[in-house]
Design a protein around this ligand. Structure first.
Ligand code: ZN
Length: 322
């Protein structure tokens, strides 16, 4: 190598080197500047020990599943709609709910983040996600979700590949069992509570000792509803009920059943709307109650792993040919 060649090639390489260095510095700075995970208290609670048969793994037949795999373009909704004009919208909504506790979909994502999902249609024609992945460059992590009914649970939930439940639970919530938290307070400024998808007739428990202050006001919007006052003065509202078990002035004990959930008033599907007010201020139940995040114990994890492998195969099959 003579000095002319060295000179000819050295400058472009030097420039490239500087460019890479600059990018690394920029990326590191952006990463450091990204908001840290919300300081939500997460305690690890073991999954219940009772053994209930999970859907047999054979139920995960490859034929009925569809997949959408897309890099993020302008927004998750737009990307899913472009990848699947038929199913993109509903799949996008279901997908967003899986990761909403870990990822702020408005601020944590960047163009090119990879989104993968395997889903099938349930009896109501809504997408039921079997497994999903979200690679978030800003967090340097790929989040994975697997649908599974843990031993002792009534409903399926979503678990990470490490056996941690993705949805947080309120430490003392109004429902012992429900299908899914479908809406958080922070989702929409016009929506003032937290929504729990649960079948009509689910027992609603008052989280703390309280006094019943109102029932069935503004029936057209709220449907059957109950309002109670907690000892600290906070008012808790339970809306869209099918049946009320209390009347104004009743003193109710913590965990007492005060109503049954329903689909009354302005409600398009069976769910419980749970809302907290301190004066004019609307409180976030996540902050007010605190949360727990369950983790499977070894015995439950052993049952989960074969299901996880089958669900992984739904996405692996589609990549094989690419
Ligand atoms: Zn609601």
């Amino acid at each position: 190598m003579n000095s002319t060649i060295l000179h000819k090639y050295a400058i472009p390489w030097l420039l490239l080197g500087c460019s890479i260095l600059l990018n690394v510095v920029l990326l590191a700075t952006r990463h450091a500047a990204s908001p840290t995970a919300k300081a939500t208290a997460t305690a690890v609670a073991p999954a219940p020990a009772a053994v209930v048969a999970e859907k047999p793994a054979a139920d995960i037949a490859a034929s009925e599943w569809k997949t959408i795999r897309t890099p993020l373009k302008s927004s998750p909704a737009q990307s899913f709609a472009a990848a699947s004009p038929d199913d993109g919208d509903p799949v996008s909504q279901a997908y967003a709910r899986l990761f909403m506790f870990d990822v702020d979909l408005r601020h944590d994502l960047s163009t090119g983040d990879q989104m993968d999902v395997a889903y099938r249609m349930d009896e109501e024609g809504k997408p039921e996600i079997g497994t999903a992945r979200l690679a978030v460059k800003k967090k340097g992590k790929t989040f994975k979700a697997y649908r599974w009914t843990a031993p002792g649970d009534k409903f399926a939930s979503y678990w990470s590949d490490e056996g941690t439940e993705l949805p947080l639970q309120l430490k003392t919530g109004p429902l012992h069992e429900y299908q899914q938290i479908t809406s958080l307070l922070k989702d929409r400024p016009t929506h003032k509570g937290m929504d729990f998808k649960t079948p009509t007739g689910t027992e609603v428990h008052v989280p703390f000792a309280a006094v019943v202050t109102r029932t069935n006001w503004n029936w057209g919007a709220n449907g059957n509803c109950v309002e109670v006052q907690y000892p600290d003065g906070v008012l808790a509202k339970f809306l869209h009920l099918s049946d009320n078990k209390v009347k104004v002035g009743d003193k109710v004990a913590a965990d007492q059943v005060i109503a049954l959930s329903g689909n009354t008033g302005h409600s398009t599907a069976p769910h419980l709307h749970y809302q907290l007010n301190r004066g004019e201020e609307v409180l976030d139940p996540i902050d007010y109650h605190g949360t727990i995040r369950r983790k499977l114990d070894d015995a439950a994890l052993a049952q989960f792993k074969p299901v996880q492998a089958k669900l992984d195969a739904l996405l692996a099959d589609r990549t094989a040919g690419l």
